[in-house]
Design a binder for this molecule. Sequence first.
Ligand code: GLV
Ligand code: MN
Ligand code: MN
Length: 413
Amino acid sequence: MATITTPLQVNQDRLHQKLFALAKIGQLPSGGVRRTAYSVEDLAAREFVITAMGQLDMAISIDTAGNIIGRYHGLQDLPALATGSHIDTVPTGGRYDGALGVLAGLEVVATLRESGQRLHHPLEVIVFTDEEGEMIGSQAMAGTALVNDAEAYRRLEGTSIQTCLQRIGGNWEMLPTAQRTAQDIAAYLELHVEQGSVLETLQRQIGVVQGIVSLQRYQVTILGRPNHAGTTPMEMRQDALYAASLLIAAVHDAAVNIPGDQVATVGYLNVSPNAPNIVPGQVDFTIDLRDVSLETIQTMVDTLRQEVRAIKVATGTQIKLEQQHSVEPTLASAQIQETIVSVCENLQLSHYSMPSRAIHDAQEIGRFTPMGMIFVPSQAGISHAEDEYTSQEQCTQGANVLLHTLLQLDTLL
Ligand code: GLV
Ligand code: MN
Ligand code: MN
């Protein structure tokens, strides 16, 4: 009689105990999580992951970018298969963005270990530094970090990157030594929540990422003249916030007035002196532009530069528009996409191939070695917000696809 074997499966309870325990670190009264990179909460979360790696007998190292690398050794002396993500969050984030990829990676190791299995390749679970900021961790690993521009990584509250990296066991001066190559990472596979509503709308269980969009971020500084809000006639004002409001509306229009799915966001704004009875003298804000096509992003930038010229004249302000951060698009490996699809079919999970409109560490790692990403649905497409939610069952399905895709890649590569 033929025996039917159930495919190896991760342990849903164990995965969720860890997800909930990690979400307690930096938990906000509202239920969201604040664990910005290099904060005390981030440090505590890093300790949590290091302890969990130790419990799995993984060899743990921290590179000069502060990336935590846990290694489950393989049967052969081969380049590693790597997985992971990040545990830092946006200032008011959810419990799944990044955390799921790291903890599912550890759950894959726990599952293999429990069943007495090792891969031929070493298996690395990597926690990348500051994904929600400038992605210095994955950039350093890919050799794309701006090693001569410490200012590019300065925190908004003014802390230098040297201090930040020191806090987590990294070393800015030695950053280039964090670089890896395809000779030591054979492939990288990341599980992440979709952070959009495509999978939920189409009622598919797994997203197979085809590639990750480009992001271009600009810093805008508008200088006007602070003055009395009562005595300064309207025609004599150089109101930096009024100028900012015109430009912010132009950012929105730059995205919606051309065909396509490009997006443009002003998400950070600082007004100075920020008092009800003073005409604003200075406004600083960011512009975040994203699309799969670099040309489309350039079209939006050209439009905004024209608007800047017109708004300067109309408001008597000075406006500086400076590029702050630029991430090139990255394609996922065709072989890894095919492998994810075949694993979904074996596990009888519905799937859908799609681009990622969020930025991920996989984007940088994919510059030097084949990368792939697995998405699970986000309820109502909500992310970077406190009510980000993916059910236990959906997280477990993603973790099982991660496990089996790594098992397949272990035999293919
Ligand atoms: C990172 O999560 C981003 O897409 O901004
Ligand atoms: Mn993320
Ligand atoms: Mn994020």
